[in-house]
Structures are given as C-alpha cells and as structure tokens.
Design a protein around this ligand. Structure first.
Ligand code: TPP
Ligand code: MG
Length: 396
C-alpha cells in the first residue's frame, strides 16, 4: 500500500450490502487485521465491491439512501463553490475550500447521532451542513462579521478551530465528560494530516486511550498541510501511529462515501459500547487551494491534481447510481434545483448580515466584566468618537 492510497479492486458486483444493521455492539481492539488496508466499497470507476467486514455496516443503505448521499455531496460542493465566489467578489475575507473532500465529510457526518458532538477544524463545512447549521453561520467568521459562527449547543458542533490540532484535546475532554455522565454519545474530532504532527493530537490520543474515552479521531489525509506534502512528515501511513497509543485504527478511501460511512459507524458503535477511541485515516485529496489566499500551482504538480480528479468522490457515486438506474433526469434535475436553492440562500444570508458595531469586537472575550478590557473599549470608543467631533476640512 502506498501513501497515495491506490488499491487494486476485486471483481464487480452491484449489490449494496447484505444482512445485519449498522448499529450494535462492537468490541474493543483492532478491527482490521491489516491496518494498512484501504477500505473501499465503491472504486473510482463507480463499481461497488463486496467487503467481508464492512458490508454489514451499510446493509441499510439502499438506492434512495445512496441518492441522498449523492445529493448531499452535490449540495456541499455547491456551497463550497458559492463561498469561493463570494470571497472572489470581495464579500468574504477568506474561505478554506473542501473541494475533493465531500465523501469523507458526508460519509462520516451522516453516521453521527444528533447527541454526538463534533470538534472540527476550519475545513469541515460539509460536516456542519450535516449537523444542520444555518447556512449563513458558516460564513459569519470569514466575513469578519462575528468572532464565532454559531452557538455550539444548537447543533452539537463546536465552532471551527484554527489552532491546528487543538480540537482533538477538546474532543477528548468532552468524551471524558460523557464517561462521567454515563451517557452513550460520542465526541468526534476532525483534523488534517498536518495536524498529526502537533503535540496536541498526540497528547489527546494518550488521554483518550488512558481513559478509554468515547472519541473518534477522524483524520482527513488530504495530502497537503498548506504547501507541505504529507510524505515529508509521514513516512508510513498515518493510521499506523494510533496503535502505538493503544488505539485501533483504520484507513479508508476518503473519496468513497459509503466506505467512510461504514468505518465511522463502526468507530461510533465501538465508542458507544465502551470500546474506547478509534482513529480513522480517510485518504483523500484537497483539490483546491489551502485557502483562497493560497496558490497551489507554486508548489504542486498539475499531474497530481489530474490523478486525483480521476478519483473524484461525486463522479464515482454518479456512475454507480447510473449503473443502478438511479440517475434519471428527474432525479438529477431535483438535485440541481436543491443545490441552486441552497447556494441562493447562502448568498442571500451572506449579503444580508447586519454589520456589527466596531466596539462589538470587545464582546464575548470574557464571560464576566474585565476592567483591563473595559478600559481598552472605552479608549477605542473615545477614539472613534473623535472623528465625529473633529472639524471637517472644507473648501477654503
Ligand atoms: C498551531 C498552529 N500551527 C500552525 C498553524 C498554521 N497553519 C494553518 S493551516 C496549517 C496546515 C494544516 O494542515 P492539515 O492539518 O493537513 O489540514 P488541512 O489544511 O490540509 O485541512 C497550518 C500549519 C496554525 N493555524 N496553528
Ligand atoms: Mg492536510
């Protein structure tokens, strides 16, 4: 198995799973005999392959369910494109695109229960969509309109973390709280390949393993940490690191939405049933820039992008749906209409956001009054007021 995650597929079948349901007890311990195996249920050519272990975890995913996953991916790709356009039009200061990572985020995001709690980085806007975020809320921070986009408890998802890897500690702490409460919810931490080099992520894994905390570490290996290729910091598959902490891990084709759903369901079931943490490495690719401020043509080869475009997560599911007779015009028209409507709502929500007052920047810094901050605010307000009082220069 290579770092790029390529995997030769076995023979073809069009069946979508068999027997058992997705839920149920999963016992602790490594689930895969070969941690380097890349779990794949739908290959890049859109062919569904049977899997001895994971088919049962997606046995309930019938044709209509596959269509819903496809619709989700089309919609979030459209959200991403619309937000990128808004940034180019000067309406957002910055945007971190998720182009290419739709399957990893929708497959895992749709596996979650509403009482699970997500701790993400800045790129998991498709996960936020799965959690039911108000669309404008995902733009609020990038428009410079607010310090935080939403109240975490309304959708059980913390606002995105920009300090690389820090959210893994928050997720682990939250999961330890779940243990204390005797609940069966799960905390899920999303982070990138680059984040795995941070101390925070490694410390989080030590604590998660020590306490057998119900946390899922979902690493999207999109092959780049800004301009640093994953091969520089990971000479072996990233998933191999977790067993060193005593955490079972799995590598999944991150461009295969069904496989991402299956491995996340397994990890969630393990955590709910007292089996502790799981580390998932979703092998995917960031097809766009790191953010709209980045120009990847300066550091990566166009051929690499072309190779990954051939493994596009949406295209392969479209091909599978087509082979099942589930990609008729009335369905694709309705998906397009939904994406158009969501994009229009996103744009409208962005453009109609009320402008905050300049001194709102002082709000929410501390939960209780702070004299040092109050003095700064007072000074700033007097400074702003001085412009109104200053004599205007007029024509002589
Ligand atoms: C602690 C910390 N160090 C450095 C940065 C600067 N930084 C922002 S994004 C990034 C790369 C992260 O790469 P990865 O974890 O692979 O996530 P991706 O952006 O690919 O989704 C870095 C180093 C930061 N935000 N926080
Ligand atoms: Mg990365």
């Amino acid at each position: 198995m290579t770092q790029d995650g390529s995997l030769p597929g076995p023979g073809r079948t069009d069946t979508v799973g068999t027997a058992e349901q997705a839920s149920g007890t999963v016992h602790p311990g490594p689930s895969r005999p070969d941690a380097d195996e890349l779990v794949q249920l739908i290959d890049p050519a859109g062919v569904r392959h049977p899997h001895g272990h994971y088919d049962r975890l997606v046995a309930d995913v019938d044709g209509p369910a596959l269509q819903r996953l496809y619709e989700d991916m089309v919609v979030v790709r459209r959200i991403d494109a619309e937000a990128t356009a808004l940034q180019r039009q000067g309406e957002l200061a910055l945007w971190p695109p998720l182009l290419g990572q739709e399957a990893a985020q929708i497959g895992s995001g749709r596996a979650l229960r509403s009482d699970d709690f997500v701790f993400s980085s800045y790129r998991e806007n498709a996960v936020a969509y799965c959690r039911g975020v108000d669309l404008a809320d995902i733009l609020r921070v990038w428009r410079g309109n607010a310090s935080s986009g939403w109240d975490p408890y309304t959708i059980n998802m913390a606002t995105p973390q920009v300090i690389i890897g820090a959210q893994t500690l928050h997720a682990t702490g939250y999961a330890m709280g779940i243990l204390n409460d005797g609940a069966d919810a799960v905390a899920v931490a999303y982070f990138g390949d680059g984040a795995t080099s941070q101390g925070d992520v490694n410390e989080a894994m030590v604590f998660a393993a020590s306490y057998q905390a119900p946390v899922v570490f979902f690493c999207q290996n999109n092959h780049w940490a800004i301009s640093e290729p994953v091969g520089l910091q990971a000479h072996v598959p990233i998933a191999r690191r977790a067993p060193g902490f005593g955490i079972p891990s799995v590598r999944v084709d991150g461009n295969d939405v069904l496989a991402c759903l299956a491995v996340t369901r397994e990890a969630l079931a393990r955590a709910r049933s007292g089996g502790g943490p799981t580390f998932i490495e979703a092998v995917t690719y960031r097809m766009g820039p790191h953010t709209t401020a980045d120009d990847p043509t300066r550091y990566r080869d166009a051929n690499e992008l072309e190779d990954w475009a051939a493994r596009d997560p949406l295209a392969r599911l479209a091909t599978l749906l087509d082979s099942l007779g589930l990609l008729e015009a009335d369905y694709t028209d309705s998906v397009r209409a939904k994406a158009d409507a969501v994009a229009a709502e996103l744009r409208e929500g962005c453009l109609s956001m009320p402008e905050p007052a300049p001194s709102d920047v002082f709000k929410h810094v501390y939960s209780s009054p702070n004299s040092w901050l109050d003095r700064q605010q007072d000074h700033y307000e007097r400074y702003l007021a001085s412009f109104a009082q200053a004599p205007q220069e007029g024509p002589r």
